[in-house]
Design a binder for this molecule. Structure first.
Ligand code: ITT
Length: 219
């Protein structure tokens, strides 16, 4: 059994559809989101914290919508922007004359407490540790947790899908799905299987499940 540390039921639904309902269990855990310009550090820090809390093999998924006309914003701040602005206003902020292209990105981070060939960069770079320590000074993990945290091996799996920011369409999915169009269809107009076949998360899950099969990690 694999724990998926997330507060987002939409992510659980998609992971269960892809990996099998009997494989994935939700660990309703709100890990500390360290401030940073990329998803890797957030996911690596989060999965270590989640593993320390559950003691089980665990994944986290940190995702973001990167809009070209906004130089990649909201990116790692997507959750905050969805909560505060809402997706309708994000769509309205893209002016008709703007380039409406963008991409969804996901990083899935895995940790089970045992050693394995971890992702070497950028998670274990000294500057990451500096960033994590800065987060701890702002009230995140304590220094002791941080030291343990940097010793826990983490594997990262990435997925990305290009698309267009459009007026909201469709009733399915979650989050920004109604305003994200890929090949003429918004993610909210697709069923879960169709979205997984091409989405950022589906691509990251494919790499994760290939690695699990090759290494026999969850057996
Ligand atoms: P957890 O951190 O607890 O997993 P979250 O919803 O905060 O849940 P993220 O920080 O990864 O997760 O998500 C950033 C934002 O992007 C958030 O507003 C999500 O609703 C949205 N999002 C993530 N994946 C998405 C997807 O596949 N389709 C549409 N929106 C998505």
């Amino acid at each position: 059994m694999l724990e998926f540390a997330t507060t987002n039921p939409g992510k659980i639904h998609e992971a269960r559809e892809y990996l099998g309902a009997e494989t994935v269990e939700q660990f309703d855990f709100d890990y500390t989101e360290v401030q940073g310009d990329d998803l890797d550090a957030v996911a690596a820090h989060g999965v270590r914290e989640a593993h320390r809390a559950t003691g089980e093999p665990v994944i986290v998924d940190d995702s973001g919508l990167f809009i070209d006309a906004f130089d990649g914003f909201p990116g790692p701040y997507s959750s905050y922007v969805e909560d505060r602005l809402g997706i309708e206003r994000v769509w309205r902020l893209t002016k008709p004359e703007d380039d409406h292209s963008g991409a969804f990105e996901t990083v899935i981070a895995y940790c089970d407490g045992d050693s394995f060939e971890a992702t070497p960069e950028p998670v274990d770079r000294d500057e990451r540790r500096g960033q994590d320590l800065a987060a701890s000074e702002r009230g995140g993990a304590t220094t002791d947790e941080q030291v343990q945290g940097t010793e826990l091996p983490v594997k990262l799996f990435w997925g990305r899908v290009p698309g267009q920011i459009v007026a909201p369409r469709g009733e399915g999915g979650f989050g920004f799905d109604p305003i994200f169009e890929h090949n003429g269809t918004t993610f909210a107009e697709m069923d879960t299987e169709a979205k997984n076949a091409i989405s950022h998360r589906g691509r990251a899950l494919a790499k994760f499940s290939e690695w699990v099969e090759t290494t026999g990690r969850l057996e």
